[in-house]
Each structure stands twice: as structure tokens, then as C-alpha cells.
Design a binder for this molecule. Structure first.
Ligand code: UDP
Ligand code: MG
Length: 313
């Protein structure tokens, strides 16, 4: 009888050719120490370098490696989602392929899991080798998310975490298109805990999150878990209406006493532009939510695979 797979490691890969062999080596070394049967799902998110070949090469020589090859680039969060769909382990670990998340920490995540925790997230105590811009935007992002969403997303955690089978099964049922996985894995509840670690610099290559992807990621996170931007339009509405209600008697009184303040085109123009701006921003915010509604309504598959493991349950 074949032993059952206990641990699945999921690594999303987008043009990480320089990292794949080292990732494999360190994950293998760590997982062998766990003493249980494991698998490493390498999800190729439409790489255009030689990552796909590299995954195939390793999979041919070690059956622990299971390739999931996408038909095109669908994005990091979707790649991890595919990993969750194909994972067979009782505990599933999500890890970045660039070795910023040290694979050796998996053993610490596992020991917390054995204590009975169902979500064990790795929390960064330090990060090195990243630009001040990245650090600043990341810190701003986590604090903003923390304030305006109702789910308690722990500060400074990435997707590096271990999920129990129960959590994975719940998350597999959450088929939303614009995904913020670390929010989703907090939202489900269960027993959660964190393990501190030092986030390393990338082993090889450049970040695959250019500014545009970062903005999309942040707006997916916010719209998935908060109505605050929608309410913002209302708050601004009350504010400007409030200002104008105060302004009416002020202007009348000024006129009566003979002071000719607030005359001329400039004042009018500024007021019109200000209100026009506020209205357009509100419309844009509405658009962000409506576009996402439309995407959900279309009901397309989250991703398309060219190649994936056949799962025997
Ligand atoms: N990634 C992906 N698809 C993308 C962008 C990134 O699968 O469209 C993967 C990437 O290969 C890496 C992980 O997601 O394994 C995190 O990306 P990256 O390290 O570039 O993000 P950063 O650490 O700079 O935030
Ligand atoms: Mg990285």
C-alpha cells in the first residue's frame, strides 16, 4: 500500500528559472527531515523564460515534484489557488519560489500544526534586500488593510503559511475571481497562530510584482474585504454639502455688511472643479466594484491548465 501524502508545498512560479533548482534542493532537504510523504507542486504561471523546462526536468528525476502548467499568466494569487486545488496533503504550505521565504521554516510551521493549529502563518520580523519604496508601500498597505477591513488580517504576513486540510477544503469552495488569499485564510476562522521569521532577499532575478500588479493586488484586497471606499463617497458628500450649508449664511452676511468677498470666476471654477473631481472619483470607485461584479457574473474558470497532475483521492 502506498503511503498517503501528508505535506504539500505549493510554489507559484513566474519566470523564476534561476531559483527553481535551489528551491527544489532546499525544500527537499527540509521535507526529508519531516519523515512523512510529501509533494512539491510547482505551479508555472505562464512563464516565458525556461522555467517550464526546468520544472519538467526536475519532475522527470523526482516524483515528489508535480507540475501544474498554466496556459498563460493568470497572476500569483490564482497560481496559488490552483495549487490548493491540486494539493493532496493533510497540511499544505504556500511558499514563494524566489526563496525570500526560507523553506527551513516549514518544520516550525509543521510543529505548530502538530500542536493543533489549523492556520500557521509566517510573520516577518525583518525584511532585507528590498527597496525603500517596496518597504514603505508594503507597510502602508498592511496598516490600511488593518484599519478598513473587518477581518483581522495579521500585520506583516505574506502568503507564506501552512493550512490544514479542513481550511484548504473551505477555501477551495471560495471561487471568487479577485482573490486576496491571506485575507481569505483569516476570514475562515479556525485556530490560527504565527511564527516569526526574517524575510530574506531574492535568491535570483527581479521582483515579479511591478507597480501595476501591486496596485491591482491592493485594490483586490480592499474591495474583497471592505465597503469603505464606497462609503467614502457618502462621507465626502456630507462634507461638501455641510461646507456649502455653512457657506450660504456666511456669504449672505458678508454681502449685507458690504464686504465683497468670494467674487469672480476663480472661486466658482474651483468649486465646480472640486465637486466634479469628487464625483468622478466616486464614479471610479463604483466602477471598481461593478467591474468585479461583472467578472464574477461571467463565471469563467479561474485559470486554464495545459498540464496538471491527475488526482486520485
Ligand atoms: N508570481 C506568479 N505570478 C505572477 C507574479 C508572481 O506566480 O504574475 C510568483 C513569483 O514567481 C514568486 C511569487 O509569486 O514565486 C511572489 O512574487 P515576487 O517574489 O515577485 O513578489 P515580491 O516578493 O517582490 O512581493
Ligand atoms: Mg519575492
Amino acid at each position: 500500500m502506498d503511503k498517503k501524502i501528508v505535506y504539500t508545498v505549493i510554489a507559484p512560479i513566474f519566470n523564476e528559472v534561476g531559483n527553481i533548482p535551489e528551491l527544489y534542493r532546499r525544500v527537499k532537504e527540509t521535507m526529508e527531515k519531516s519523515g512523512e510523504k510529501w509533494e512539491l507542486l510547482m505551479v508555472d504561471d505562464g512563464s516565458t523564460d525556461r522555467s517550464t523546462d526546468e520544472i519538467h526536468r526536475l519532475a522527470a528525476q523526482d516524483e515528489h515534484i508535480k507540475p501544474v502548467i498554466f496556459a498563460r499568466n493568470f497572476g500569483h494569487q490564482i497560481a496559488v489557488t490552483a495549487g490548493l486545488d491540486y494539493a493532496q496533503g493533510q497540511a499544505v504550505v504556500i511558499i514563494d519560489a524566489d526563496l525570500q521565504d526560507p523553506p527551513e521554516l516549514i518544520l516550525d510551521l509543521i510543529s505548530k500544526w502538530k500542536e493543533g493549529y489549523e492556520v500557521v502563518y509566517a510573520q516577518r520580523s525583518e525584511r532585507s534586500g528590498e527597496s525603500w519604496f517596496k518597504l514603505f508601500t508594503a507597510s502602508l498597505f498592511y496598516r490600511l488593510i488593518y484599519r478598513i477591513t473587518d477581518v483581522n488580517i495579521p500585520m506583516d504576513t505574506g502568503d507564506y503559511r501552512l493550512l490544514d486540510r479542513k481550511v484548504v477544503d473551505v477555501m477551495k469552495g471560495m471561487r471568487e475571481r479577485h482573490r486576496f488569499l491571506r485575507g481569505m485564510s483569516s476570514w475562515v476562522g479556525f485556530k490560527q497562530t504565527g511564527v516569526l521569521y526574517k524575510r530574506a532577499a531574492r535568491f535570483s532575478g527581479e521582483t515579479k510584482y511591478p507597480f501595476k500588479k501591486m496596485v491591482k493586488f491592493a485594490s483586490d484586497a480592499i474591495t474583497s474585504f471592505s465597503y469603505f471606499p464606497l462609503q467614502l463617497a457618502m462621507y465626502l458628500g456630507f462634507l461638501t454639502a455641510g461646507i456649502s450649508i455653512i457657506a450660504i449664511p456666511v456669504v449672505i452676511v458678508l454681502r449685507i455688511v458690504g464686504l465683497h468677498a468670494f467674487l469672480g470666476q476663480a472661486t466658482t471654477l474651483i468649486a465646480v472643479l472640486f465637486l466634479g473631481g469628487v464625483q468622478l472619483i466616486s464614479l471610479g470607485i463604483l466602477g471598481e466594484y461593478i467591474g468585479r461584479l461583472y467578472d464574477e457574473a461571467k463565471g469563467r474558470p479561474l485559470y486554464i491548465v495545459r498540464e496538471a497532475p491527475s488526482i486520485q483521492k
